[in-house]
Write a protein that binds this ligand. Structure first.
Ligand code: PGA
Length: 266
């Protein structure tokens, strides 16, 4: 392993698990979780209604809590939305932005992603900005261009003037691989994650790009996680289906631990 970036295993529960299901999950997780060294980070992103319970029960644990979306405005007449400070008030540390399902069903655009990413960092929330091409775009050879546009536009309001810029996380999630069981080949996933990093380097410089984590997402499971997390430019996973069961999520953490840089390496 040539980098000291820690591996992040983020579970995106989407619209699954009631609040009580979630609490049972956390109890079992805390009972069985392997010891995480500083090189592996665990984040669970339950539905918004489950955030309060999650942060209460996980407060003194190594497991962090993320939201699946957020509004960028501070407060006001935005029915149904959740403001950044409502998340930080609960102890939420991460927020997924621009997930392809938000883009497809809820009109999330690169412009709103940019506003949200800026708001998140200003509130000391770690944005996990998702990008990814459709099957059609891949078939047309447009993958790299689509990713470049999404990264550039989604990060358009960020700059090296933000002291916590390198907290930013990106997730390469090819749409055709999400929830389909059709995982992107590890070499190709690594190539595109490297492409994402190269775009980040052009935007913010090489040093920042070496610190910013780039995750892969799309049908990650205990069977393929070790290979994916072992790739040089893949710094962990954004995982849907395989994060819903405790045993499976723990297996993902174990795969990360096998690939993690030793805590002291620089
Ligand atoms: P999946 O979802 O792991 O179920 O494919 C990943 C995601 O949408 O973040």
């Amino acid at each position: 392993m040539t980098t000291s970036r820690s591996i992040l295993v983020a579970g995106n529960w989407k619209m699954n698990h009631t609040v009580s299901d979630g609490l049972q999950f956390y109890e079992r997780l805390l009972a069985d979780i392997p010891e995480l060294n500083t090189s592996v980070e665990a984040v669970i992103c339950p539905p918004t209604i489950g955030l309060d319970g999650a942060t209460s029960i996980l407060e003194d644990s190594p497991v962090m809590v993320g939201a699946q979306t957020m509004e960028y405005r501070e407060s006001g007449a935005y029915t149904g939305e959740t403001a950044p400070n409502m998340l930080t008030d609960l102890g939420v540390s991460h927020v997924i932005l621009g997930h392809s399902e938000r883009r497809e069903y809820y009109n999330e655009t690169d412009d709103t992603v940019a506003l949200k990413a800026e708001a998140a960092l200003k509130h000391n929330l770690i944005p996990m900005v998702c990008v990814g091409e459709s099957q059609e775009q891949r078939d047309q050879g447009l993958t790299d261009k689509v990713i470049e546009n999404q990264v550039k536009q989604g990060l358009a309001r960020l700059s090296t003037a933000l002291p916590n810029l390198t907290d930013l996380v990106l997730a390469y999630e090819p749409i055709w691989a999400i929830g389909t069981g059709k995982t992107c080949d590890a070499t190709e996933a690594n190539r595109v994650c490297g492409h994402v990093r190269a775009i980040v380097a052009k935007l913010f410089g090489n040093e920042a790009a070496q610190q910013i984590r780039v995750l892969y997402g799309g049908s990650v499971n205990p069977g393929n996680a070790e290979e994916l997390f072992g790739q040089a430019d893949i710094d962990g996973g954004l995982v849907g289906g395989a994060s819903l069961k405790v045993d499976s999520y723990i297996a993902l953490l174990e795969a990360a631990l096998k690939n993690a840089p030793t805590p002291c390496s620089v």
